[in-house]
Design a protein around this ligand. Structure first.
Ligand code: HEM
Length: 144
Protein backbone atom coordinates (compact mmCIF):
# COMPACT_ATOMS: atom_id res chain seq x y z
CA UNK A 1 0.00 0.00 0.00
CA UNK A 2 1.28 3.46 -0.83
CA UNK A 3 -0.09 6.86 0.16
CA UNK A 4 0.97 9.08 -2.73
CA UNK A 5 0.81 6.60 -5.61
CA UNK A 6 4.60 6.53 -5.91
CA UNK A 7 6.95 3.52 -5.86
CA UNK A 8 7.86 4.28 -2.23
CA UNK A 9 7.17 1.82 0.60
CA UNK A 10 4.47 2.93 3.08
CA UNK A 11 7.00 3.56 5.85
CA UNK A 12 8.86 6.15 3.70
CA UNK A 13 5.59 7.91 2.80
CA UNK A 14 4.85 8.08 6.54
CA UNK A 15 8.37 9.44 7.14
CA UNK A 16 7.82 12.12 4.50
CA UNK A 17 4.55 13.19 6.18
CA UNK A 18 6.25 13.28 9.62
CA UNK A 19 9.14 15.39 8.23
CA UNK A 20 6.67 17.85 6.62
CA UNK A 21 4.83 18.16 9.98
CA UNK A 22 8.19 18.72 11.73
CA UNK A 23 9.15 21.45 9.23
CA UNK A 24 5.81 23.20 9.95
CA UNK A 25 6.57 22.81 13.70
CA UNK A 26 10.07 24.19 13.10
CA UNK A 27 8.65 27.27 11.34
CA UNK A 28 6.05 27.78 14.12
CA UNK A 29 8.74 27.44 16.80
CA UNK A 30 11.03 29.81 14.89
CA UNK A 31 8.50 32.54 14.16
CA UNK A 32 6.16 32.35 17.20
CA UNK A 33 8.54 33.10 20.05
CA UNK A 34 5.80 34.00 22.60
CA UNK A 35 8.16 33.04 25.42
CA UNK A 36 11.52 31.24 25.32
CA UNK A 37 9.87 28.37 27.21
CA UNK A 38 7.22 28.03 24.48
CA UNK A 39 9.88 28.24 21.76
CA UNK A 40 12.19 25.73 23.52
CA UNK A 41 9.35 23.27 24.15
CA UNK A 42 8.25 23.26 20.49
CA UNK A 43 11.84 22.88 19.24
CA UNK A 44 12.63 20.20 21.83
CA UNK A 45 9.57 18.13 20.89
CA UNK A 46 10.44 18.50 17.18
CA UNK A 47 14.05 17.45 17.78
CA UNK A 48 13.04 14.36 19.79
CA UNK A 49 10.53 13.38 17.09
CA UNK A 50 13.31 13.80 14.51
CA UNK A 51 15.59 11.56 16.63
CA UNK A 52 12.94 8.81 16.64
CA UNK A 53 12.41 8.93 12.87
CA UNK A 54 16.18 8.80 12.29
CA UNK A 55 16.63 5.85 14.67
CA UNK A 56 13.58 3.88 13.52
CA UNK A 57 13.28 4.69 9.79
CA UNK A 58 16.15 6.59 8.17
CA UNK A 59 19.26 5.05 9.79
CA UNK A 60 18.02 1.45 9.12
CA UNK A 61 17.37 2.43 5.47
CA UNK A 62 20.88 3.90 5.22
CA UNK A 63 22.42 0.69 6.60
CA UNK A 64 20.29 -1.48 4.27
CA UNK A 65 21.34 0.54 1.19
CA UNK A 66 24.96 1.15 2.18
CA UNK A 67 26.35 -1.42 -0.29
CA UNK A 68 24.71 0.35 -3.26
CA UNK A 69 26.01 3.75 -2.09
CA UNK A 70 29.55 2.35 -1.67
CA UNK A 71 29.38 0.69 -5.11
CA UNK A 72 28.18 3.84 -6.95
CA UNK A 73 29.36 6.73 -4.72
CA UNK A 74 29.19 9.38 -7.45
CA UNK A 75 25.70 8.51 -8.77
CA UNK A 76 23.09 11.27 -8.26
CA UNK A 77 21.15 9.07 -5.81
CA UNK A 78 24.24 8.43 -3.65
CA UNK A 79 25.12 12.15 -3.74
CA UNK A 80 21.60 13.18 -2.62
CA UNK A 81 21.76 10.57 0.14
CA UNK A 82 25.21 11.55 1.47
CA UNK A 83 24.52 15.31 1.43
CA UNK A 84 21.17 14.64 3.11
CA UNK A 85 22.79 12.42 5.78
CA UNK A 86 25.49 15.07 6.41
CA UNK A 87 23.02 17.97 6.93
CA UNK A 88 20.57 15.67 8.79
CA UNK A 89 23.23 14.44 11.22
CA UNK A 90 24.47 18.00 11.93
CA UNK A 91 20.85 19.19 12.45
CA UNK A 92 20.20 16.28 14.81
CA UNK A 93 23.37 16.79 16.89
CA UNK A 94 22.92 20.59 17.22
CA UNK A 95 19.19 20.14 17.94
CA UNK A 96 19.97 17.64 20.72
CA UNK A 97 22.58 19.99 22.23
CA UNK A 98 20.02 22.85 22.32
CA UNK A 99 17.35 20.52 23.74
CA UNK A 100 19.62 19.18 26.51
CA UNK A 101 20.68 22.75 27.42
CA UNK A 102 17.00 23.84 27.41
CA UNK A 103 15.98 21.00 29.75
CA UNK A 104 18.98 21.64 32.02
CA UNK A 105 18.20 25.36 32.45
CA UNK A 106 14.39 24.92 32.58
CA UNK A 107 14.56 22.27 35.32
CA UNK A 108 16.86 24.50 37.42
CA UNK A 109 14.65 27.54 36.71
CA UNK A 110 17.65 29.41 35.29
CA UNK A 111 17.62 31.83 32.30
CA UNK A 112 17.11 29.82 29.08
CA UNK A 113 20.39 30.73 27.38
CA UNK A 114 20.45 27.64 25.15
CA UNK A 115 22.18 29.27 22.16
CA UNK A 116 22.70 32.61 20.41
CA UNK A 117 20.38 34.02 17.76
CA UNK A 118 23.03 33.31 15.09
CA UNK A 119 23.44 29.70 16.24
CA UNK A 120 19.65 29.26 16.09
CA UNK A 121 19.49 30.70 12.57
CA UNK A 122 22.29 28.39 11.40
CA UNK A 123 20.45 25.40 12.92
CA UNK A 124 17.21 26.48 11.20
CA UNK A 125 19.00 26.68 7.81
CA UNK A 126 20.71 23.28 8.25
CA UNK A 127 17.40 21.61 9.17
CA UNK A 128 15.72 23.12 6.07
CA UNK A 129 18.65 21.94 3.88
CA UNK A 130 18.38 18.40 5.34
CA UNK A 131 14.67 18.44 4.48
CA UNK A 132 15.28 19.73 0.93
CA UNK A 133 17.82 16.97 0.21
CA UNK A 134 15.53 14.35 1.85
CA UNK A 135 12.70 15.54 -0.38
CA UNK A 136 15.05 15.45 -3.39
CA UNK A 137 15.92 11.85 -2.47
CA UNK A 138 12.22 10.94 -2.36
CA UNK A 139 11.44 12.63 -5.69
CA UNK A 140 14.52 11.12 -7.40
CA UNK A 141 13.95 7.53 -6.27
CA UNK A 142 10.17 7.26 -6.03
CA UNK A 143 8.60 9.86 -8.32
CA UNK A 144 10.82 10.64 -11.33
C1 HEM B 1 16.77 17.38 10.11
C2 HEM B 1 16.91 16.07 9.96
C3 HEM B 1 16.29 15.28 8.84
C4 HEM B 1 15.23 15.61 8.00
C5 HEM B 1 14.40 16.89 7.99
C6 HEM B 1 15.06 14.48 7.10
C7 HEM B 1 14.10 14.40 6.10
C8 HEM B 1 13.95 13.34 5.21
C9 HEM B 1 12.94 13.24 4.19
C10 HEM B 1 11.84 14.28 3.90
C11 HEM B 1 13.13 12.07 3.53
C12 HEM B 1 12.28 11.52 2.33
C13 HEM B 1 11.23 10.54 2.83
C14 HEM B 1 11.77 9.09 2.80
O1 HEM B 1 12.22 8.61 1.74
O2 HEM B 1 11.75 8.44 3.88
C15 HEM B 1 14.29 11.41 4.12
C16 HEM B 1 14.82 10.20 3.72
C17 HEM B 1 15.98 9.63 4.22
N1 HEM B 1 16.77 10.10 5.25
FE1 HEM B 1 16.38 11.80 6.34
N2 HEM B 1 16.01 13.51 7.40
C18 HEM B 1 16.78 13.97 8.45
C19 HEM B 1 17.85 13.32 9.06
C20 HEM B 1 18.46 12.16 8.58
C21 HEM B 1 19.63 11.54 9.16
C22 HEM B 1 20.39 12.05 10.41
C23 HEM B 1 19.91 10.44 8.42
C24 HEM B 1 21.05 9.47 8.64
C25 HEM B 1 20.87 8.34 9.19
C26 HEM B 1 18.93 10.35 7.36
C27 HEM B 1 18.86 9.37 6.37
C28 HEM B 1 17.85 9.25 5.44
C29 HEM B 1 17.76 8.16 4.48
C30 HEM B 1 18.74 7.00 4.30
C31 HEM B 1 16.58 8.41 3.73
C32 HEM B 1 16.00 7.53 2.59
C33 HEM B 1 14.91 6.63 3.17
C34 HEM B 1 14.37 5.74 2.04
O3 HEM B 1 14.97 4.67 1.82
O4 HEM B 1 13.39 6.14 1.41
N3 HEM B 1 18.05 11.41 7.50
N4 HEM B 1 14.76 12.20 5.14
Amino acid sequence: MVLFGTTSELIFDINLIIQIVLIILLIIGYTQKRTWKYHGTIMGVGTLAMLFTVELIMAPSLVANWAAIALFPTSPGSMFTMIHVLFGTIALVIGLIFTIRFLYFALRKKPLTCGTRTQMRIQFAIWILAFIFGLSFYLYFYVI
